[in-house]
Structures are given as C-alpha cells and as structure tokens.
Design a protein around this ligand. Structure first.
Ligand code: SF4
Ligand code: FE
Length: 472
C-alpha cells in the first residue's frame, strides 16, 4: 500500500494537462490551489499506515491475496460497508473536507456488480487487480454536462460523453465530465454513464478506464469561493481542501482491455442504481466528519467569547451534534441493512441510503445556521490576518481579532460556510451523489405503497387481518 509520500511522488510522474485560471499548470503538486486537495487524499494513505486507524483503513483483498487500502477494496462482506462509513467519518473529521477517493471506491463496486456475468467482467477484474496492487486513486467520472435537461442525449450529443468510433482494438470517446471530484489528483479516470439510458442510446452507455494523462484528456480546475486565499493567512482550513474539475475528452482512444461496458443499456442501469446507493450512504460518513469540525470551530469561538456555559449556547451545540449523529446513524443503518448481490458484492439498503443523502441536503444547512448564530458577525467581517500582523496595525487591531484561536476558528467557520471549504462541504451536500429530487424519485419507486395502504385498510376495519389472523 502506498504511503502519503509515495502518493505525491506518483503524482509528479504524470504528464497531466491541467488548466488553472487560464494557464497551463506545469506542476499541479506545487500549485497552491491544487495542493490542499491532494493533501486531503494523502490522508487516506497516511491512515492506512497508522496503528490508530489501520484496521478501518485497510482490508484483505482476495483479488491480490494481501492487504489493500479500503478505497480500492470491494465490499465483499456487509462489514466492509459499515467500515467504509466509519473510515469516512474519521477522514471527514481529520481533513474537514472531501478526501475525494470515495467516488472511485463506490464506482469499482458498482461496476463489479454491473459487469458480473458479462463479457467485460474479466477485463474489469484484471484492471482492478492492478489498481489494488498499486493503490491507485480513481476519478469516478459520471456526471455529463447534460445541457437542456428536457432533451435526450441523442438530441444533444455534445452534452454527453459518448463513443464516436469503434475499432478492432478499442473505442474512441468524446465529450466531457463535470464536477469531477479530485480528478487532477488521480491516477486513472473511471468513465461511467451518469444516468440510466434507453434503447437507441447505446453510444452513451460506456464504462471504461484510462490514465489521467492519456492523449486527448484535458482537465480544467473548478473555481471555489475565496480560493485565492489558499496558502495564505486567511485560508480557513490550513492544510486541506476539496477539488472539482471539468474533464474534457477530445477523441480519446481506449483499448479494448480497458472497456468494461459498451452499449449495454441494462448493465448501465444496474451500474447507476448501485452506485447511487453506495455513494448516497457514503455521505453519512464524510459529512458528519466535516460537521464534527464545524461544531468544534463553533464551540471554540464560544469558549473564546466566554459564553460556552450559557444555556442557549450549550443547547445549540447539543442540537448541532444531535443533527450530525442523525445523518451518521442513517448512513450506518443503510450499510448494516445491506444485502449480498449475486456478484458477491454487498449492496446497501436503497431506502435508507437515499434517506441518508436526502437528510444531507438539509441537515448540514441547519448546523451551519446554528454555527453562524453562535459565531456572530465577525465570521464574515474580520479583516485579513495579514492586517492584524502588520506592525502599523497590530496594536490597534489586537482587541478586534481577540485571541489567535478566535481569529482562526472564525476563518475556518467562514471557509466551511461560504468560502472555499463550502464547495466540498455545503454545495456537495446538496448536489453530490444526486440532487434532492433524485433521492425522492428512488424513494417513490422503491417504497411499497400498496403494503402501507393494505395495512391501513385492515386497521381501519375495511379488510380482514390476514397477517395476524385470529389472536385467540
Ligand atoms: Fe467521499 Fe464525501 Fe468526497 Fe464523496 S463528498 S468523495 S463521499 S468525502
Ligand atoms: Fe461527492
């Protein structure tokens, strides 16, 4: 398994085409807007070599007959899904942001299920074996630009990644993927369809893998609010950050051995469904971890303000913690109630996974509201810490900033609430793993409404009680 240092070394060996603010970025590892997100991924490697977390962060893989980092592992037992949520909570708390490797982890599991019994399965397993041996980072590339949402992919092909040529030795893909978490920090792109497709849309039904620096792949870093502060005194999160990129595919050749699904509509539907379940439960791990940090920062400010023992402050902090554990509890429950798929990989409970993510589209917003309430207006109005540290201003400004702890906790809160830290935290809470309506659609489709009506009819005295029969 890679160490954090080996991870950075491996990133330097890539010939990635990355664009940042209108310029080609020659050394992503050293770029102040890119590095914090790499640091967050590095944490996933570091904990695998640390006695405190090794048990959670690693697993035994039958595929390679040895230990693997959990982020490359298949969910071969129900416990793997529970440990996933637990390690995500740990990393969410250690980094205070998105550590980016879960889309790849959830993606390999969904693809294992979707390719099972199909021609591409052996090719996929062979590729996965290499990923596990090297401990690679995967950019799980699902979301297409989508353009006019009322139109199907065939009516606006440029808005969807697709196969534009099929050759004896492979395929050629064209298009883009957007909101690509951690793409510039990865070793491989795992292309998957972002939605269920219909007959006639076979060219869009493609799942394949390619190196991030394959010919024709270009990445463009997404902007985040206040990202110019990164690396400076007002960064908020002093070490870590998230990352989203646009990934452009300009007629990229993918050899047959890396093509796992091509034109199989049914398998792609299975893939999208399995992935959605996995990733919606994942948010019950990472987001509570992020919320731990937010609560900690709000708590710290109240201590510095001398109000920590006030009853309304204690009550608000308890409410924030209660909401956080509610999200975590549903993520764990979705994993505890998992079932074994025919492929051998375990799948989360679809209702609870969707409830988990749906809660995530609401609850963190309420926790942020309470943090803002506790912190006061200074979390948004404090001048730069560079002003505080300037010789001409330091003395006069000292009482404005208060202690170092107060000033930095306020900056951290600011970043998570609406600075650079809010992209991998709040906005991702809303739209990552599917926007709120996507979860409601699954819930409506999955729940057994007739069973609820049937029981209501019995208890209303309309029908006989066949379930319990005579009680005496
Ligand atoms: Fe992992 Fe959470 Fe980031 Fe998704 S949002 S990649 S689950 S840390
Ligand atoms: Fe995400």
């Amino acid at each position: 398994m890679r160490t954090a240092a080996q991870y950075f070394e491996s990133l330097r060996a890539r010939k990635l085409e990355l664009w940042v603010d209108g310029e080609r970025c020659e050394s992503p590892v050293d770029h102040p807007k890119v590095r914090p997100a790499m640091n967050a991924i590095a944490a996933t490697f570091a904990i695998a070599h640390d006695d405190r977390w090794r048990g959670l962060a690693t697993a035994h893989s039958d595929l390679i007959g040895g230990p693997v980092n959990r982020f490359c592992h298949l969910f071969v037992e129900a416990e793997d899904l529970v440990r996933k949520i637990e390690v995500q909570r740990v990393l969410g708390r250690l980094t205070g942001t998105c550590f980016q490797r879960c889309v790849g982890m959830d993606g390999i599991n969904a693809l294992f299920i979707a390719t099972h019994g199909r021609a591409g399965h052996a090719r996929f397993v062979e590729w996965l074996r290499g990923v596990q041996e090297r401990d690679d980072v995967l950019n799980g590339a699902m979301t297409d630009p989508k353009g006019d949402r009322s139109k199907r992919p065939g009516e606006q092909p440029d808005a969807y990644l697709r196969v534009v040529d099929r050759r004896p030795d492979g395929i050629v893909i064209r298009g883009a993927k957007v909101h690509q978490t951690g793409a510039a920090n990865s070793h491989h792109i795992l292309v998957m369809p972002g939605q269920a497709l219909r007959e006639g849309e076979e060219d869009f039904a493609v799942a394949c893998a390619l190196p991030v620096d394959a010919d024709g792949v270009r990445m463009v870093l997404g902007r985040q609010p206040s990202d110019d502060r990164r690396g400076g005194p007002d960064a908020g999160n002093a070490r870590f950050g998230g990352q989203e990129c646009v990934v452009l595919f300009d007629d990229v050749f993918v050899p047959t051995e890396r093509v796992f699904l091509d034109g199989d509509i049914e398998a792609c539907a299975l893939l999208v469904d399995a992935f959605a379940g996995f990733h919606r439960a994942s948010y019950g791990g990472c987001k509570p971890g992020n919320l731990d940090v937010l609560i900690g920062a709000a708590d710290l400010v109240t201590r510095e303000h001398g109000v920590r023992r006030a009853s309304h402050v204690r009550d608000k902090l308890v409410e924030m913690a209660h909401l956080t554990e509610t999200v975590h509890g549903v993520g764990l429950a979705a994993s505890e109630k998992s079932t074994r798929d025919a492929s051998g990989v375990w799948r989360v409970d679809p209702v609870l996974a969707n409830v988990c993510k749906h809660n995530v589209t609401r609850i963190p917003y309420e926790v942020v509201r309470l943090a803002e309430d506790l912190a006061g207006g200074a979390m948004a109005t404090l001048p730069s810490l560079a002003d505080r540290d300037h010789a001409e201003l330091a003395e006069a400004l000292a009482p404005i900033y208060g202690s170092e702890a107060r000033a930095k906790a306020l900056r951290l809160l600011e970043s998570m609430a609406y600075g650079a830290g809010s992209v991998p935290f709040r906005i991702e809470c809303m739209h990552g793993a599917g926007s709120p309506q996507a979860q409601r659609i699954v819930l409506e489709r999955t729940l057994d409404w007739d069973a609820k009506v049937a029981r209501a009819r019995v208890l209303a005295g309309l029908d006989a009680d066949d379930a319990l029969g005579e009680l005496e």
